[in-house]
Design a protein around this ligand. Structure first.
Ligand code: SAM
Ligand code: SF4
Ligand code: SF4
Length: 338
């Protein structure tokens, strides 16, 4: 195995694979309905990597140090036969962990087959327990109860479950404590995500971000918290434990306390472009290499070159100038996944 390091001495450990750019939700912070409307040009199916191509790339990435794979999207459960892809990845020697990020709307149906195929963990996005607010945030597409049923089925199927809540000021910050209390009782880890300036469509403003500090202070008042050491180097969430020892929460603070120095994640978009940052403006086309009959050595050389020249640290450097510089040129979150 080659141990790659980028320009900032970061290894390549995780691969996030977006299996579709489509979604059945229209969360305003990700795919606002007025932009991702009926005429939006999603990728045609022949432009999306097929399972043979994804499997081949995962095998290659494993030789370069990847140990963990996360399947994402768009909404990954819209991809037909996803359990088959999970089973194929599960069989690859060197893949230690397969996780999935989903909006949970179809999880009730797929939790069991996904677990059987070798999925170990699932992160389910849920921004509120209040139906009206949730409905408003997801573009009037998903119901709280459906997601909660999916979460329950995932736990029953033996999957490790975490919940992701994007916090937006004035939209769902009143739900922080209710969500924390609910998932503490359910024994699921809830992770709060600071609202980020991903893509070009969500009209992000710093004023709409609720900081990690404010989230923690808020929860601390109803149930005191204490910080916990990360499970491993590069963990994206800062962990906190309830002082009464029942459960923990996490905060993903890309805006107010960034963690680029530990970023070991490569991202593969649905059409097979490789990105090394969530805020990238350009990727490297691996599909062309696959479809033009290049051998593994050529693809490995290309990926090594991308990783070894990588110096992304967008969140560490975020300021008015860097925001302005990438205005309208960032890749959409639904395209490369979270
Ligand atoms: N559709 C799936 C879902 O929602 O879980 C997977 C893809 S989604 C792009 C991955 C994660 O990114 C979700 O947890 C979502 O809440 C988060 N996300 C999307 N846009 C975001 C934004 N502007 N700021 C912070 N998190 C965001
Ligand atoms: Fe879809 Fe996930 Fe984006 Fe919401 S966050 S629009 S569920 S891809
Ligand atoms: Fe990694 Fe880019 Fe996020 Fe920094 S901003 S943690 S480099 S994805």
């Amino acid at each position: 195995m080659t141990n790659l390091q980028d320009q900032l001495h970061r290894p390549l450990r995780d691969l996030r694979i977006s299996v579709t750019d489509r979604c059945n939700f229209r969360c305003r912070y990700c795919m606002p309905a007025e932009i991702f409307g009926p005429d939006y040009a999603f990728l045609p199916s022949d432009k999306i990597l097929n399972f043979d191509e994804i499997e081949r790339l995962v095998k290659i990435f494993v030789t370069l140090g990847v140990k963990k794979v996360r399947i994402t999207g768009g909404e990954p459960l819209l991809r037909r036969d996803l359990p088959e892809l999970i089973a194929r990845i599960h069989r690859i020697e060197g893949v230690e962990d397969i996780a999935l990020t989903t909006n949970g709307s179809l999880l009730k149906k797929y939790a069991q087959p996904l677990a059987q195929a070798g999925l170990s963990r699932v992160s389910v996005s849920l921004d509120s327990l209040d139906d009206e607010r949730f409905f408003e945030m997801n573009g009037h597409r998903g119901k709280v109860l459906t997601v909660l049923e999916g979460i329950e089925k995932a736990a029953e199927a033996g999957l490790q479950v975490k919940i992701n809540m994007v916090v937006q000021k004035g939209k769902n910050d009143q739900d922080i404590v209710t969500m924390a209390q609910f998932f503490k009782e359910k024994h699921h880890i809830l992770r709060f995500i600071e609202y980020m300036d991903v893509g070009n469509s969500n009209g992000w403003r710093l004023d709409d971000v609720v900081s990690k500090k404010d989230i923690i202070d808020h929860i601390h008042q109803f149930s005191p918290l204490q910080p916990v050491a990360p499970n491993y180097k590069g963990e994206v969430a800062t962990r906190y434990q309830y002082q009464d020892a029942q459960g923990e929460i996490g905060v993903i603070s890309s805006v107010t306390d960034s963690f680029c120095s530990n970023c070991s994640r490569a991202r593969l978009s649905a059409e097979g472009s490789l990105y090394t940052c969530l805020f990238a403006t350009a990727g490297t086309d691996l599909r062309e290499l696959l479809r033009s009959g290049q051998d593994d050595a050529a693809i490995i050389k290309c990926i090594m070159n991308v990783w070894e020249t990588r110096n992304d640290r967008y969140s560490d450097e975020r300021n008015e100038q860097t925001i302005a510089k990438r205005k309208n040129s960032k890749i959409e979150m639904s395209h490369i996944g979270g």
